[in-house]
Design a protein around this ligand. Structure first.
Ligand code: G3P
Length: 220
């Protein structure tokens, strides 16, 4: 399972990338607005820090302008993945960009039918938003299970399921059990994945006992 970080905060990305566990980054217009930075500049910086796919979303809703924006974004760095919304124009752009060798992440997916369309349009990734479904009392993880089951039946579909709108570590674990290809997590959730109180307790006990031995692994 690949881990992407869902943020446009370069300090957070730098910090988490140091773990060696970050395979990519996803951004969206809301996250860019939160960063307060110029979109193209922050993207260029992110692409230098993380060599994996960095999703950058178009702001236009019509095909022609989406294509212009997509090419502008794609030229920022080789590892840019253009993000388009799951609309008719978005999927048309996805098909055209994919034919030209640009990686595309189709975002705002809320149904298996939409995911099938994204796969048919040749998307590199499709992003189902599970937290936003949970927020309205619809089982987001059931959507991931459905999409993964459908894609497994069609080996010609190369689109990876990128689980988005993740709210807590349990979302990550459940998505992994289903076999989703990628999960994009807010920095806070990625940090939470490391934590377990028994790890802290166990480590404290080991360190206390080690101190009693009076030894040093690196020698005196
Ligand atoms: O980046 C897309 C998605 O992960 C947004 O999540 O928390 O705004 O629903 P959220």
């Amino acid at each position: 399972m690949k881990f992407f970080v869902d943020t446009a905060d370069i300090a957070e990305i730098r910090d988490l990338a140091e773990t060696g566990l970050v395979d990519g980054v996803t951004t969206n217009p809301s996250l860019v607005a939160k960063s307060g930075r110029k979109f193209t500049e922050v993207l260029a910086e992110i692409c230098e820090v993380v060599p994996g796919p960095v999703s950058a979303e178009v702001a236009a809703t019509d095909f022609a302008t989406m294509m212009k924006e997509a090419w502008r974004l794609a030229r920022i760095a080789d590892n840019i993945t253009v993000k388009v919304p799951l609309t008719r124009d978005g999927l048309k752009a996805c098909r055209a960009l994919t034919k030209d060798g640009i990686k595309v992440n189709v975002t705002l997916c809320f149904s298996p039918a939409q995911a099938i369309l994204a796969a048919k349009a040749g998307a590199t990734f499709v992003s189902p938003f599970i937290g936003r479904l949970d927020d309205v009392s619809i089982d987001g993880m059931a959507l991931i299970a459905d999409i993964c089951a459908i894609f497994r039946r069609y080996p010609a579909f190369t689109t990876e399921v990128l689980v988005a709108s993740v709210r807590h570590p349990r979302h990550v674990v459940e998505a992994a059990k289903i076999g989703a290809h990628v999960v994009t997590v807010p920095p806070k959730v990625l940090r939470q994945l490391f934590d377990h109180p028994l790890t802290d307790k166990g480590l404290a006990a080991f360190l206390a006992d080690w101190k009693k031995t009076g030894q040093s692994i690196l020698g005196d």
